[in-house]
Design a protein around this ligand. Structure first.
Ligand code: GDP
Length: 139
């Protein structure tokens, strides 16, 4: 059975362009409940660790640099079938390929500055949520 939690970040481009409010509205309108949320600024160490799975990819250095370029919003979201439904809500990684009306189609400019992160599995949702929020903080 699919899990009911996913993890998201509103990335530096979307924060800098003033889209936090609109993106949170879309998330809530999409049926997700925000169960933890944090405004923070990653450094090279934390961004590098978060994206360690992409270490061998050619864009890893650019990704870490971009994710440390400004503040982000990190959140744990709850809904039935959360991981898959959230990836549908945000659209394809490349905003040029993202379906109309999706968060990336509306707010992202490029494949690297693509406005939001969404976990790709229940397992990663739990790992990523725990990376930002301790059990104690969660409710
Ligand atoms: P996601 O699950 O849709 O976020 O996509 P991936 O897990 O494949 O990639 C993680 C993140 O790396 C994406 O959200 C992008 O921000 C970034 N990324 C992916 N592909 C590229 C690329 O070709 N170039 C650059 N600069 N960044 C990329």
């Amino acid at each position: 059975m699919a899990g009911n939690r996913t993890f998201t970040m509103i990335k530096p481009d979307a924060v800098a362009n003033g889209h936090i409010g609109n993106i949170l509205s879309d998330i809530i309108a999409g049926g997700f409940k925000i169960v933890a949320m944090k405004y923070t600024h990653l450094n090279a160490e934390t961004a590098g660790a978060f994206y360690a799975v992409h270490k061998e990819r050619p864009f890893y250095g650019d990704l870490v640099e971009f994710m440390t370029s400004g503040p982000i919003v990190a959140a744990i979201l709850e809904k039935d079938n959360a991981v898959e439904d959230f990836r549908t809500l945000i659209g394809a990684t490349n905003p040029q390929e993202a379906a109309e009306g999706t968060i990336r189609a509306k707010y992202a400019k490029s494949i690297d500055a693509n406005a939001v992160h969404g976990s790709d599995s229940d397992e990663n949702a739990a790992i990523e949520g725990n990376f930002f929020f301790s059990q104690f903080e969660r409710h």
